[in-house]
Structure formats: C-alpha cells, structure tokens
Design a protein around this ligand. Structure first.
Ligand SMILES: Cc1ncc(C[n+]2csc(CCOP(=O)(O)OP(=O)(O)O)c2C)c(N)n1
Ligand SMILES: O=C1C[C@@H](O)[C@H](O)[C@@H](O)C1=O
Ligand SMILES: [Mg+2]
Length: 637
C-alpha cells in the first residue's frame, strides 16, 4: 500500500509546484519561481490558505491587476529563456477574466506561464454565486472556458484527485519546447479547500528533461544540398533560436559562410548588434540593410520563426521566382510554412550539424553585407539628429500633419524633441547590459531598427500579441529575472494609460524598474496607419471635445505612487535624467514629451490591412487599389 498525505487540493498544488525541476544541458534547477496573486473569494481561502501555511521556496507576490501580474510572469519566463516560470492565481469571474488577455500574450509568444483561474462551485449548491455567469442551455460553462482559446493546455479540476493528472500534463506541455506556452488549470473554488488522501509519490521531486532534438540524416542531407545550391541565403533569426541559446553557433555559421542574419522581434539579441553580419530587424519593422538582403535572397533559412506578417511584410517580402525556403524549428507545423524544406530540430543542434557539412561553402554576398550595414548606420545617425523647425519641418511620417499642426503639438507639449532622437539617446546612455521592453504602438518599430543590444538576451519586444500594457508589467518580470540589471519599459502614453499598475508592485517589493514614457498625446501609430491609408485624423489624437491637445503630467501620476520622476523635452535633459535614474534604488519614470510623426518609418516593408473597399474619399479608394495591386505579388497561403 502506498503512503498518503491528507491535504486540501490547494495545499497539494503548492506542494507539487515546489517539487518541479527542469534539466537542460545537464543543468538542473527548480522550475517554479513563485506565485503572483490577486486574492478574492474564489482563491483566498483555498490557494491563499495553502500559501500562508507553507509556500515552500515559492516567492509570493501580490499583483495589482491580474493582466499586469500575468504579463510580469510571462516576461520573467521569457527572460529566463523559458527555463523558469511563475504561477498566477486570480479569483473567480472578473479576476480570472482579467488574465485571459495575458494568457493570449503568452500563447502568441510561446512562453510558459501556469494560469490558475478560480472556477465556480463544483457542488453547485450556492449557484449562482457572486460573479458567476448563468447559461440557460449550458450548465457546465464558466468564464474560464474563455481560456480555452488562449491556452496550450486547459483543464478544469472538480475533484481533488483530478489535480494529479492535470498538473502532470500541464508541466509536460510547458517544458516541451515544441508546445511551450500557457497552461491553464481551473480549480473549482470549493474544491481548492476540499481534502483528499494524496499519494506521497505524487510529491516526489520531478525533473522535466529538455533534450535538444537532433535532425535526422535525411533532413541534414537535404538541407545541406539546398544551402550549397544557393548563392545568396539569408537566415531569419526567430525566437526559437534565442530560446535554444544558439547565438554563438549562429555567429560562427554566419561568419564562416558569409550568410547574413536578420531578426524577428522574438529573435533579436540572440546575436548582438555589433556582429558584422547581423543586419537587424527585418520586414515591416526592418532596417534598410536587412530588407536589402531579403530582396536579394534566393534562399530563406527560417530558424525558430513562425513567419508572422511583420516578418514577411504580409508575405510580399520575398521574390518567389527565385527564393526557396528551409525551415528549422522544434515545432513540426512551423516547418511547413512557405512549402519549405522541413528540418525538425533544436536550433543550436541543427546549425552545428549543418556547419560540419558545409565546409568550403561561401555565399556570393561578398562585401554587400558590410556596405548595407554601414549605410544603415549612417541612416541611424541621421535619425539621431533630427531637428524640428517651425517653418518647414518634414517628419519621418510625412504628408500627414501640416506644419501648423506640428507647431500646435510643439506648443501644447512644450517640446521639439523627435522620438528617434530620444530613443537612440536612451540606447546610447544606459548601461550595456540593460534590458529594454516594448510591445505596442510606434516604439516596436524603433526597437527593432534602432536598439542595438550589445549583450545577448538583453531585449524584450513582445510582438506576438503586441499587447498594450505589457511594457510596465513586463519590466517587473524582467527585473525579477535579472535583479542586478537596469530594466527600461519603453512605453507610449496610450499604453501607459492602458495599464501600469505593476509599477506599484515593483516598488512594493523593491524591484526597481525605469519607465521611459514617450508622450506624443495620442495613439500615434494608429493615427499614422489611418492617415497612411487615406483616412483623416479620426479619434486617435488625445484632444478634448473643443479640439485642444491634452498635455498630461504623467510624472505627477508616478510621483504619487512614490516613484522618482523626471520631465524632459530634449536630449540634454534626457541624458541627465537617465544618469540620475541609474543612481536611484526606487523605480523611476521619465516623462519624455516627443513630437508626433517623428518615430521611424518603414524601409521597404508592407502591411496587409483591411482598407475599405467602398468609400466616398478618393484617397481611400486609391489606398484600396494600391493594396489590391500589392497583393498580386504576395504568397497566397
Ligand atoms: C490591448 C491593446 N489594445 C489595442 C491595441 C491597438 N493599438 C496598437 S498601438 C495603439 C496605440 C498606442 O499608442 P501609444 O502607446 O501612445 O503609442 P504611439 O503609437 O503613440 O507611439 C493601439 C490602440 C493593442 N495593440 N493592444
Ligand atoms: O495595430 C497595431 C499597429 C502596430 O503598428 C502596433 O505596433 C501594434 O501595437 C498594433 O496593435
Ligand atoms: Mg502615443
């Protein structure tokens, strides 16, 4: 007879989390760092009681907004390259619903987070309880069914003993590189507190081994042939390369065969920006250098990329008459894209194996890579030195705001600072190992083009879901993962307004973060998008009903929370603020007033967006026609 221990379901959950380990490349460590929580009636008496009684090694952090804390959990895991996670527990109903967006963000980015939304009563005796939805024709559905679409693994636990198989499956999914993502285990709130005689075996130390999958001989042979037959191969470095820690292998491979590297948002900083063949971001957020290489390519080697529209310019980036594809990915479905030659394997292992087989190969790029990179660096310098004037200023996003409107913004926000200048100044002033975080608005474009990471893995652009509000929350998670490094949340005023509650959590627990708030008084990039496609400026600027530009003192908001704050409107003030912020131990916020339309523009990318087919405006008709024309050259599936 096996021995048992009588525990509540929630106590068993916490005991189990303490015993999960991960082993990669012979290094073993605990997999669960801690639990973020916002307690309510659905979890405080179950999971809350269990954590109060014995959290074990788990760090227990009180979140301020469920979405925010879950985004922090995701950023933590991302920074740890998916080798450590947080669990997130929320109350039944709205608390849990607040986490659905964050689960989707984790899903889109393939990042493991354990979601623990409390569920309605299993007994149904008190139904409908506060915050329970009733469905006339479905007695089993709850708010938490909403997690099904955004979870890699989903389960509902309505009896204590179900917990065991449920958790084992959840951890298999989260620790498997091919399926890594959010796992959601919804425990009925009465079941959390219900006791059961759990088998002690269940709580033994459990090691989840992450073995690097090596491609087959057939795959390697075919891949070798395809590369050897190509004159101008280009490697797209995706998130899979970063999580596989393939940076050094990629550099060696690229240098030996003179094959350029271009980066997706998730892949950037796998290889640092100073590596000569690293041409930076590609596609819609790309540099001129990367996009020139892509234009010239006759073979795309996609490593750990899922080819999102921003990477492929909505599938128009490639010249399909000349370009073939070779996809290396741990996820077999991903290797099928663009009818590529499929290599299912770990990025690092695959590159190393191909390196051995390609001896003597040289691409025909010659000096082009150095030339394109040098040209891009000149362009970056130009973007650093943009000077506003009140008579004839042409911003990067040109032809949208008149000079009068630009002057109106300069007056209202009391600034002449260009966003690109501010952005590059930050990159040039912070410590080399600093980590910038962004996700939405116009800043992702600046991040992919202008930020030059000089330390590997020092970058987080969440662009799988591009979720506004990730920036400040994510900064908290990145800081927990890297307590000795400075973290910079690069956030627009719109995103800041959407969600910044975890700024308070950062101060509560002594995790210093820096919020770099770019205030252009509006949803700038969406305004660019509408005006760039023939519409007027409609409802994206922050103007009062009598059409005045809103000038908000964001520094004052953060000051009220206890942050050290700065107000800046030019390069000198920004540098002084960053230098002072470095000396602070408390979280900081720099309120940077920037001019609209002064973010980076595109360098050859194109985005398929839903332009109106019928309109009274000539400009919209033209935009629709241009879209239809462009689509003729796009890959169709
Ligand atoms: C949660 C969420 N809601 C809406 C959007 C759509 N959206 C993308 S960017 C943006 C505006 C961003 O404004 P801001 O943060 O000020 O950045 P800016 O473009 O002005 O630089 C909106 C509404 C989104 N990405 N995420
Ligand atoms: O709709 C969007 C447009 C993008 O430019 C932006 O970065 C992204 O956040 C978004 O949602
Ligand atoms: Mg804005």
């Amino acid at each position: 007879m096996s021995r048992t221990i009588r525990l509540t379901t929630a106590q068993a959950l916490i005991k189990f989390l303490n015993q999960q380990y991960i082993s990669i490349d012979g290094i073993e460590k605990p997999f669960v760092k801690g639990i973020f929580n916002v307690f309510g009636h659905g979890n405080v008496l179950g999971i809350g009681q269990a954590l109060e009684q014995d959290p074990g090694h788990l760090e227990v952090i009180q979140g301020k907004n469920e979405q925010g804390m879950a985004h922090a959990a995701m950023a933590f895991s991302k920074q740890k390259l998916r080798t450590e996670i947080f669990g997130v527990t929320a109350s039944a109903g709205p608390g849990s619903a607040n986490m659905i967006t964050a689960a989707a963000t984790a899903y889109a980015n393939n990042i493991p987070v354990l979601f623990l939304p409390a569920d309605t009563f299993a007994t149904r005796q008190p139904d409908p309880v506060l915050q329970q939805l009733e469905f006339d024709t479905n007695g089993a559905m709850t708010t938490n069914d909403g997690f099904k679409a955004v979870s890699r693994y989903w389960d509902r636990v309505q009896r204590p003993e179900q917990l065991m198989s449920s958790l084992i499956r959840a951890f298999e999914v989260m620790t498997n590189p091919a399926t890594a993502g959010p796992a959601t285990v919804c425990i009925s709130q009465d079941v959390e507190g219900e006791a059961y005689d759990f088998d002690l075996e269940f709580f033994k130390k459990r090691v989840h081994f992450v073995d690097r999958r090596v491609p087959t001989e057939r795959e390697l042979l075919a891949a070798t042939e395809r590369i050897k037959a190509s004159k101008r191969p280009v490697i797209i470095v995706g998130g899979g390369a970063r999580y596989s820690e393939a940076g050094e292998s990629l550099k060696k491979f690229s240098a030996e065969f003179n094959i350029p590297l271009v980066e997706t948002p998730a892949g950037k900083s796998t290889v640092t920006a100073d590596f000569s063949n690293n041409l930076g971001g590609t596609g819609i957020l790309g540099t001129s250098a990367s996009n020139k290489a892509i234009d010239a390519a006759d073979l795309i080697i996609g490593i750990g990329t899922r080819y999102s529209d921003f990477t492929t310019s909505s599938k128009t980036a490639f010249n399909y008459d000349q370009t073939k594809f070779l996809n290396i990915n741990v996820s077999r479905p991903q290797t099928y894209k663009f009818d590529a030659l499929q290599v299912v394997g770990d990025a690092r292992e695959s590159i190393d194996a191909l390196y051995q087989r390609l001896t003597g190969y040289q691409s025909e790029f010659g000096d082009n890579l150095a030339t394109w990179k040098a040209e891009w660096l000149v362009e970056r310098e130009r973007l650093h030195n943009i000077n506003f004037n009140r008579e004839s200023f042409t911003p990067e996003i040109s032809g949208q705001f008149t000079q009068d409107i630009m002057n109106e913004y300069a007056d209202a926000l009391n600034t002449e600072f260009a966003q690109t200048d501010a952005f590059i100044t930050i990159n040039d002033t912070v410590a080399p190992d600093s980590i910038p975080i962004a996700s939405a608005g116009s800043l992702p474009g600046d991040m992919q083009r202008l930020w030059n990471p000089v330390v590997p893995n020092a970058y987080d652009l969440e662009y799988g879901y591009s979720c506004m509000g990730y920036e400040v929350s994510g900064a908290l998670g990145a800081k927990i993962a890297n307590p000795n490094r400075e973290i910079y949340a690069m956030v627009g005023d719109g995103s800041f307004l959407m969600l910044h509650s975890e700024l308070i959590t950062s101060m509560q627990y002594g995790y210093k973060i820096n919020v770099m708030l770019f205030d252009n008084s509006g949803f700038g990039c969406i305004n660019n998008l509408q005006m760039g496609n023939g519409s007027g400026s409609f409802n994206c600027e922050f103007r009062t009903i009598d059409n005045q530009i809103m000038a908000i003192d964001y520094a004052k908001v953060a000051e009220g929370y206890g942050a050290k704050v700065y107000r800046v409107a030019n390069r000198k003030e920004l540098i002084a603020a960053i230098e002072d912020a470095k000396t602070q131990t408390v979280s900081t916020l720099i309120d940077i007033k920037v001019l609209p339309k002064t973010m980076t523009d595109g360098y050859g990318g194109w985005w398929h967006v839903g332009v109106a087919e019928v309109s009274e405006k000539e400009s919209i008709k033209e935009a629709f026609k241009a879209k239809e024309e462009k689509l003729k050259q796009a890959w169709k599936y």
